[in-house]
Write a protein that binds this ligand. Sequence first.
Ligand code: SF4
Length: 89
Amino acid sequence: MTEAMRRVIGETRARVPFDLPSARVCTGNCQGCSMKLLEFLGAELDAWESRLDGGETPGFEDLSGLIRTATRVYRVLERNGLVDGPGLP
Ligand code: SF4
């Protein structure tokens, strides 16, 4: 489960544009605040990485919870025109 969690974290980091400048994120025509969601998701990924590095083993609920959160954030980013990739796994 730890490896699966690391894979989800890695794929999320690869597909979500965490380093977009705020001038690009803030279009002023937002359906959901992409800026806050990017911060929130980034903090979630950081927190899970620390927990994994500390030896914690995630459960299935933890894994599916992170996937659900990442997918929801991705959909808002998509609605706001900030991503157009294949989505998240
Ligand atoms: S709603 Fe959020 S993303 Fe949109 S302009 Fe305001 S701070 Fe930026």
